[in-house]
Design a protein around this ligand. Structure first.
Ligand code: KG4
Ligand code: ZN
Length: 357
């Protein structure tokens, strides 16, 4: 079965052809990073106009690289949300028109669920229950997945997403956009033990995350230590140490929360995905945690970590298999949530077992 996936939720216009939910036949990504770079972040109006320009050629290229025509496609999966409304609408309207014209099933996919499925191409099959840390520029959540297609948010950020924190700190240091890869590169030459940033305390004791305090602590440090941001002089050792210390604080917050929840919930697979999952410090730390827990951890490779349409097609395939399709009333949903399962209810029924392996 061939699924055409379409993704346009933020600043990548992407299309992919995926066979049987596991094999990428083609995957095309047109990134707008260069266009948004001068502004230090995504400009929504520019993004939607660029999606409009690119959607047709990107879909055509995905089909031609796959050596297929629209008639060979069995279903169309598209990111329905969350994301920027103008951007989402381009992909959604295009996919609806294709599905209607071709009389093929249409599947609206949650972008975050897409990131979960980004690991299916290069790893062994996911064994459930799974615990997935999805870390991107827009989202930071940990999901408990008792079985395929069921999601319970067990941790979320109370403020900024982890990728957003990378982007904001890079901006403060005058390092450019997107910040994650730049900070990671500088951190390699920095000493992470130079600065100790406090771990955020969540007052109600929930295993949630928070990155805005860390961002403020970095801003205060820049001010108090008198760090001068000099684009022409290149980053100083002080900035490299700051990058390393900041990255360590983010990675520690993410992985310690994931590990704590894994001890509690006993998953059989850990998943770490989303744009920030390219980060080697995060990968190393999550691997070490997985080894301590004795549980396999699945990461997507770099080109599947950031936004792409192959992951959307894979998630769409799973929904189609489960008989979940959308109709022509489906539309972009900026705040689409990924939560359809209540841990407490099942716990009450099954107190002793609690998903231990
Ligand atoms: O998943 P993604 O492409 O878009 C969203 O759905 O948000 O993630 C983009 C985010 C950006 O914030 C970027 O700075 C971050 O992922 N990122 C990284 C790295 N590469 C990308 N963060 C840390 N280290 C990296 N190597
Ligand atoms: Zn994303």
């Amino acid at each position: 079965m061939l699924i055409l996936g379409i993704e346009s939720s933020c600043d990548e216009t992407a299309a992919a052809v995926v066979r049987d939910g596991r094999e990428i036949v083609s995957s095309i990504i047109s990134s707008q990073i260069e266009m948004h770079r001068p502004y230090g972040g995504v400009v929504p109006e520019l993004a939607s106009r660029e999606h409009l320009e690119k959607i047709e050629p990107v879909v055509k290229e995905a089909l031609s690289k796959a050596g297929v025509t629209l008639r060979d496609i069995d279903a169309i999966a598209v990111t329905q949300g969350p994301g920027l409304v103008g951007s989402l609408l381009v992909g959604v309207c295009y996919a609806k028109a294709l599905a209607w014209g071709l009389e093929k099933p249409l599947i609206g996919v949650n972008h975050i669920e897409g990131h979960v499925y980004s690991v299916v191409f290069e790893n062994p099959p996911i064994e459930y229950p799974a615990l997935a840390l999805i870390v991107s520029g827009g989202h930071t959540n940990i999901f408990f997945i008792p079985e395929e297609g069921k999601y319970k948010v067990v941790s979320r950020t109370r403020d900024d997403a982890a990728g957003e924190a990378f982007d904001k700190v890079a901006k403060m240091l005058g390092l450019g956009y997107p910040g994650g890869p730049i900070i990671e590169r500088l951190a390699l030459e920095g000493d992470a033990s130079k600065l100790k940033f406090p771990k955020a305390k969540i007052s109600d004791g929930r295993p949630d995350l928070s990155f805005s305090g860390l961002k403020t602590a970095v801003a205060r440090h820049i001010r108090e230590a008198g760090i001068i941001v000099t684009p022409d002089g290149g980053p100083t050792q002080e900035i490299k140490d700051l990058a390393a210390s900041f990255q360590t604080a983010v990675v520690h917050a993410l992985v310690s929360t994931l590990e704590k929840l894994a001890v509690e919930l006993g998953p059989r697979t850990l998943i770490v995905a989303g744009g920030v999952a390219c980060n080697q410090a995060l990968i190393g730390s999550a691997r070490a945690a997985a080894a301590r827990l004795g549980v396999p951890v699945h990461f997507p490779s770099k080109h599947l970590s950031t936004d792409n349409a192959a992951m959307i097609a894979a998630a769409g395939h799973a929904k189609l298999k489960a008989g979940v399709v959308s109709d022509m009333r489906m539309t972009a949903d900026v705040t689409l949530r990924l939560q359809n399962y209540d841990l407490d209810q099942v716990d009450a029924k099954n107190k002793k077992v609690r998903y231990r392996v």
